[in-house]
Design a protein around this ligand. Structure first.
Ligand code: PAF
Length: 290
């Protein structure tokens, strides 16, 4: 597994990987890797990437002013060992000055799916994500880039950005990897206390129950209000729990049979902000528009 820390060596390494006709897959990460990240490596390979590169870069541009970049977990040796064991071919670990040299003045702003939800909670976050992902795609020349569905809004922002800028990369959505009790894997889970960790799976459980009720014909707003109240009773401070059009994140107040829907949630448990999302099916027989 090759490790590149500057752009010329990345360009040489990716050119060599592609020289024998292999398609390059990219797994963008900020490190602190868990099984969810390693599933992205496997998914890129299964989708036809003959070689897989992972990037590890804690992107300062996507941290809001009130978020502590210095406290973001870092474990370079552990991450490299996991990527090597997962069969990764190359790791791109640029220093901040290589990614954003002095004088850098260009950012990528994606309207549409960046609005609302995490866009409201973390001002500037998606500008940072879109900018770094755009750079990672152009630097690596990857043909496939794998993103977890866990960060659903990020996945839609990056998909929109690649389409709008005609970047020849296929964005590959990869299903959320969960712990046995349903909690979505996340680098933030390590900050839960033992008691919070025991409560945390309730987020996914209440969402699953609400989605099942809506699919069985229950009205969206009161169903989500009941789920929100149950989460508050369990000790969560829900930020949002919303039914949206899956690709645009436009909120929906009635189910739609014709548009894929998603149930999105963010809730604070103690000091940890948990995110989750699941598909939302329309009740059988729901009429489409017109
Ligand atoms: O999901 C993440 O870890 C980051 O937002 C990403 C996509 C690597 C961009 O920095």
């Amino acid at each position: 597994m090759q490790i590149c820390r500057d752009l010329p060596s990345l360009r040489a390494a990716t050119a060599a990987l592609r020289a024998d006709g292999r398609r390059l897959g990219l797994v963008p990460t900020m490190g602190a890797l868990h099984d969810g990240h390693l599933a992205l490596v496997a998914a890129a390979r299964a989708a036809g990437a003959g070689a897989v590169a992972a990037s590890i870069f804690v992107n300062p541009l996507q941290f809001a002013a009130n978020e502590d970049l210095a406290r973001y977990p870092r474990d370079e040796a552990g991450d490299l060992a996991k990527l090597r064991a997962a069969g990764c071919d190359l790791v791109w670990m640029p220093p901040v000055e290589a990614m954003y040299p002095p004088g850098a003045a260009t950012t990528v702003e994606v309207a549409g799916p960046s609005a609302g939800f995490e866009g409201d909670a973390r001002p500037g976050h998606f500008r940072g994500v879109a900018t770094v992902c755009c750079k990672l795609f152009l630097q690596s020349g990857a043909e496939i880039a794998a993103f977890g569905e866990k960060d659903w809004q990020q996945l839609q922002v990056v998909t929109r950005m690649a389409a709008d800028l005609d970047i020849p990369v296929r964005i590959l959505p990869v299903a959320t990897v969960r712990e046995a009790d349903g909690l979505a894997m996340s680098s933030r889970n390590r900050y839960l206390t033992t008691a919070e960790r025991a409560t945390a799976p309730l987020l996914h459980r209440r969402m699953t129950e609400a989605a099942a009720a809506i699919a069985a014909g229950a009205p969206i707003a009161p169903t989500l209000e009941r789920a929100r109240a149950a989460l508050c009773d369990a000790g969560f401070a829900p930020d949002y729990l919303a039914a949206v059009e899956a690709a645009t994140l436009r909120p929906l107040d009635a189910p739609s049979r014709d548009t894929p829907m998603r149930l999105l949630a963010a809730a604070r448990l103690g000091a940890v902000r948990l995110l989750d999302n699941i598909p939302l099916g329309a009740p059988a027989g729901t009429p489409g528009p017109g």
